[in-house]
Design a protein around this ligand. Sequence first.
Ligand SMILES: [Zn+2]
Ligand SMILES: [Zn+2]
Length: 353
Amino acid sequence: MPKAHGYAAQSAESPLAPFSFERRDPRPDDVAIEILYCGVCHTDIHFAQNDWGATVFPVVPGHEIIGRVTATGSDVTGFKAGDLVGVGCMVDSCRHCQPCEDGLEQYCLEGMTATYNGQDRHDGSVTYGGYSDSVVVSEHFVVRVPEGLDPAAAAPLLCAGITTYSPLRHYGVKPGDKVGVIGMGGLGHMGVKFAKALGAEVTIFTRSESKIGEARKQGADHVVISTDADQMKAAAETFDFLLDTVPVPHDLNPYLATLKYDGTHILVGLLDPVEPALMAANLVTKRRVLAGSLIGGMPETQEVLDFCAEHGISCDIEMLDIHNINEAYERMKKGDVKYRFVIDMATLKDTAA
Ligand SMILES: [Zn+2]
Ligand SMILES: [Zn+2]
């Protein structure tokens, strides 16, 4: 089997360090990829630290992968050696349930196979992610990187990008709609770009005055300081949609009050219980909807890359030498990155396992 080299966490307490392992020989429908760039997502930190108690160690994180095809299995029709491609958060699914038939593999009834810390459906092995020099993935879960996209800045589109693009498309955001984006991190800044490109009037909610300038720079038409009760009150019944990217429990009630009747509050960052409690009257009395959304299916993941190429959208990134990955995690925990670290995998070459 082909040898691979990457970075792994060996336990919840140990920092990420060089790690050698094997990738499978390509199956007939597989694409072998030399990884050029990999974005660093907050989920990576959660798995490396076993925050959710589900990590199988060693874990090689990374699910925002951009690379070049080096080989293809005998049945592969869509890719050839040399193609620039991407791999996001999933590498397999059952392929026959209704969500899979609908191109919404992330909602597979049998559960999608995650790019890392997932279990391969054929041999039961644990999947290893993109903090490595190569990966082997079924063609169905590989997307094409269109010309005109900067490959490094395209990496985060495969998680942060699709996570915010998919719900805006699903709920039909259109010119003239008023969209509020809650949170101004990796997800939030992409949400602003997509909502603007779809023609919406966009407001950023942020807790901090210091982010006003940055919010404007990202293209927001308005900024509301969410800790200022007067500003929140002035925004009452304004929005058609709220895209809520905040990953920690927060009070949804003041935000719901800013939705028009029939407005929709979409959660994309939160997996925990909602605290403080949701006041149901905030939904019932205005027929408002509280919704959630998880990444996007494979057709839509291709669509978001094409959309970004067409509209000149990319993620704001800071290039990272993989030697500094542990420092990068510490900075991310403090929100100290604009807005996504992307590992330059060329820096992996002079690390020893
Ligand atoms: Zn992610
Ligand atoms: Zn399925």
